[in-house]
Write a protein that binds this ligand. Structure first.
Ligand SMILES: Nc1ncnc2c1ncn2[C@@H]1O[C@H](COP(=O)(O)OP(=O)(O)OP(=O)(O)O)[C@@H](O)[C@H]1O
Ligand SMILES: [Mg+2]
Length: 359
């Protein structure tokens, strides 16, 4: 808290300080009903917080704190009315309500700003643009040049495969496109937005809303059910519960998983089924882009092909742009275009079919 104030003063930290000060003054007061206020206030706070939660949904700890502050202020006004006049308590309750309301409105503002930052002004033709990107990894005193000047563009709704030998920089490129890491130099635009201009929160927002990731190892949570795994990303973006549940069902059924599979834990499914669950999870927030790093790497070739068929169907049906990293030529041949990369550079581009999705 003190650290935040000194290092990064924001209106929010200021308001939090005001709340603490306000409480301290109130606590030092020698008003008889302050003693009893504890229990009454707790009830008032909980009711207020509950009402807030119901009408507004859960938006995190901070808004809740400010919500309780509003409720607390109201509780104090009530106490003053019942037990008698006290100027300090009244003033403190006004401060409580005001800080609470200000805090809530600031947080809602910040949220909508984030939303705006990740939206470009106009729709660009390309959903992914990579301009002369370099990526160095420094390990001890050795520098690994993982990417050495990559430029590429992916159209909306395109299905692109990236092929290349082990260590050629495929995963590095995918992680940069997915905003999981930052390039050493060069620019990356996702859906028309220069992602180097976004801060950590905005990047997280971008990843949550625009990009779905699928990994070789599925990365599912085995402690919980398949349905819950798929639901998770939409909890983060605060999709209403009813919509979430409908969507989980719909996606899993599109991906050929039945009610029975939904209730199981992922570990009790086959590899191909688990990867389809991971794809459903990636699609939960209607991403514009699916990034898949060796999605068939852990599957036998028949199951791998099935998983790819699903990805392709989603690409065609929903218009989701798909970028798949693969070692497997038969997997890559299902894409519209193959980018061959070697030693951190694109060495060749290959169109499959006519390049517009028709084989
Ligand atoms: N976090 C890291 N720290 C240091 N070096 C890294 C890191 N990640 C990747 N590298 C190096 O960067 C280069 C490219 O790695 P990358 O993982 O992108 O290759 P890849 O094409 O995905 O390989 P594979 O097919 O084996 O998955 C390699 O030389 C690798 O050792
Ligand atoms: Mg890799």
């Amino acid at each position: 808290m003190v650290y935040c104030l000194v290092k990064k003063p924001t209106p929010i930290t200021g308001l939090l300080l005001l709340i603490i000060l306000n409480r301290a003054i109130l606590a030092s007061l020698d008003v008889p009903y302050i003693i009893d206020m504890g229990s009454k206030l707790v009830i008032a706070l909980s009711v207020a917080a509950l009402i807030l939660l119901i009408i507004w949904g859960y938006h995190g700890v901070l808004p809740l704190l400010f919500g309780i502050e509003i409720g607390g202020g109201m509780g104090q006004v009530f106490l003053v009315a019942v037990w008698g006049w006290n100027l300090t308590v009244l003033l403190s309750s006004i401060i409580s309500m005001a800080t609470g309301m200000l805090g809530v409105s600031i947080i809602m503002n910040i949220e909508s700003e984030h939303q705006q930052m990740i939206e470009a002004d106009g729709e660009s033709e390309y959903v992914i643009e990579v301009e002369d990107v370099y990526k160095d990894y420094v390990v001890g005193n050795i520098v690994v040049h993982a990417l050495r000047g990559i430029s590429m563009r992916v159209r909306r709704g395109e299905f692109v495969a990236i092929m290349g030998p082990s260590g050629s920089g495929k995963s590095t490129l995918l992680n940069l496109i997915g905003a999981l890491d930052k390039p050493t130099s060069g620019k990356i635009y996702i859906d028309g937005v220069d992602i180097s201009k976004l801060d950590e929160d905005q990047l997280a927002e971008l990843r949550n809303r625009k990009i779905g990731f699928v990994f070789q190892m599925f990365n599912l949570i085995n402690r919980t059910s398949v349905a819950r795994n798929v639901e998770l990303p939409s909890i983060i973006t605060r999709m209403p519960k009813k919509k979430r549940i409908e969507k989980v069902r719909k996606l899993l059924s599109i991906l050929g998983l039945d009610e029975d599979a939904m209730k199981r834990r992922p570990i009790f499914l086959s590899g191909g089924q688990q990867q389809r669950v991971a794809i459903a999870r990636a699609l939960m927030n209607d991403p514009k882009i699916i990034l898949a790093d060796e999605p068939t790497g852990n599957l036998d070739s028949k199951t791998g092909k099935e998983v790819m068929e699903y990805l392709k169907m989603l690409n065609r049906k929903l218009g989701t742009t798909v970028v798949v990293v693969t070692h497997d030529r038969s997997v890559a041949m299902m894409a519209d275009r193959i980018l061959h990369i070697m030693d951190g550079k694109i060495i060749r581009e290959e169109y499959v079919g006519d390049g517009y999705g028709n084989e």
